[in-house]
Write a protein that binds this ligand. Structure first.
Ligand SMILES: [Zn+2]
Ligand SMILES: [Zn+2]
Length: 237
């Protein structure tokens, strides 16, 4: 949008930052203010090379990944830590029908993509799908919004109808690592195998806790012919 038009519109219809609810100047298309953005905790230099979790000391893998031999994905990369402003933003984005936060969070995800992956690293972006029921409630899939943003910036196509969630699952945050894995097992189905044969796939999701959702996606994407599966998420718990 034109910079001056944006200033005029902001004066007539002042927007509030979706996180702190303050009426502060927002740049074009943005819904999170500079001050809130500055408070997001980024994943630093020390992180698990497998699941992307932030670590206190430099070591290759976190304790969980170190002893887990059932990991199907190559790696997960997270942009930030699921706390404070980022946690609040994702919550508003997911549960308060604020798909307008997509560009802010998408931009944040893009910076992480650029840090970890090259331009031609993937053939497809695959958003983690919602179950029909969740989709009806929320009216959009937050992972799909993020994937479309990333696609616009990178030119990698989004494979929207390739993966479907065929089974409802209990909310993952109430469960421990083992329960999460069995809760999500067989929750997805590949709808279009032709799209996947021989391809390198980046699975997009908003949050990663133990990595079990992306791991299950990777398991069936590989079964359907994908040769490499990485994950990219906004936040790691
Ligand atoms: Zn703010
Ligand atoms: Zn790990």
């Amino acid at each position: 949008m034109n910079k001056y038009l944006n200033i005029i519109l902001n004066t007539i219809f002042p927007l509030k930052c979706e996180v702190c609810r303050q009426q502060v100047p927002l740049s074009a298309g943005a819904r999170i203010c500079q001050s809130c953005r500055g408070k997001i905790l980024l994943i630093g230099d020390y992180f698990c090379r497998k699941c992307g979790k932030s670590l206190q000391v430099e070591t290759a893998f976190c304790v969980d990944c170190h002893r887990d031999d059932t990991l199907y994905y190559e790696s997960i990369k997270a942009a930030g830590i699921y706390q404070g402003v980022l946690r609040e933003s994702i919550h508003v984005f997911k549960y308060n029908r604020r798909s307008c936060l997509g560009p802010d969070l998408g931009e944040f995800m893009l910076s992480s993509y650029q840090k970890h992956f090259g331009l031609n690293s993937f053939d497809k972006l695959v958003p983690v799908p919602l179950h029909k029921k969740q989709y009806r409630q929320r009216q959009y899939n937050q992972s799909e919004v993020l994937a479309k943003n990333l696609s616009r910036a990178t030119g990698i196509p989004v494979a929207v109808n390739v993966l479907a969630r065929i089974r409802g699952t209990r909310p993952q945050f109430t469960l421990n690592r083992q329960e999460r894995a069995s809760n999500i097992r067989n929750a997805f189905q590949v709808k279009n195998r032709d799209w996947l044969k021989g391809s390198k796939v980046l699975v997009i999701d908003d949050i990663c806790t133990t990595g079990s959702t992306i791991n299950e996606c990777a398991r069936i994407l590989k079964q359907a012919g994908a040769i490499e599966v990485h994950g990219l998420v906004l936040a790691h718990a």
